[in-house]
Design a protein around this ligand. Sequence first.
Ligand code: GSH
Length: 215
Amino acid sequence: MTVQISAFSWVPDMAKGYVKDLRIRWALEESGHAYGVELVRPLGECPDSYRQWQPFGQVPAYRDDDVEMFESGAIVLHIARGNPVLEPADRQDRARMESWVFAALSTIEPRFQNLFLFDAELAATPKGAAAKARLTELLANRLGVLATCLGEKEYLLDDFTAADIMMATVLRDVRGHGYLDPYPTLTAYVERCEARPAFSRALEAQMANFDTDTA
Ligand SMILES: N[C@@H](CCC(=O)N[C@@H](CS)C(=O)NCC(=O)O)C(=O)O
């Protein structure tokens, strides 16, 4: 099967290694699929034709012999379908895996993103400082629940699944801003996921693509 994904050819240094095509590369590496990459430039510089593939002009987008799609969660679930490394065979476990994929994307990630955007623009004002404290508390509540659910387990389910790709990539962003520091088990969980050879290959491939854009 021929697989192609989109990725940015350039991002600021702080974003290198964190762009969301990493999720797709990681899922593909875990499942042993080779893939090609179509590089686009960010900040509205992508051609109109790209928006037929990814309507918002974002990365990643994905196509294979059968389907063309966008949204990293949907793409990772598509790659996981029927794949024993990423998707449990048992129906209940599969349902839990899907639940955790959505928990990563809609329960944890937005709490961090609110804070991340806020950090940049408003934190300097007194009202801003109070609001930031509240948003920090809201994120902490979610991380606390996550840490309890993970407990001493290695992964969200008994074995590694697609859910760990989504959760670990969300938590890497959280960690980068220091909000994971109070949760040693979550930090260890991210490091365990990052220690997977497939993650290293995915990361290296993303970084190598940035080297090609010298404009
Ligand atoms: N919900 C989308 C978000 C994708 C996303 O935020 N991509 C970023 C790169 S990590 C992007 O393309 N940013 C540029 C933009 O939004 O214009 C997904 O998970 O695929």
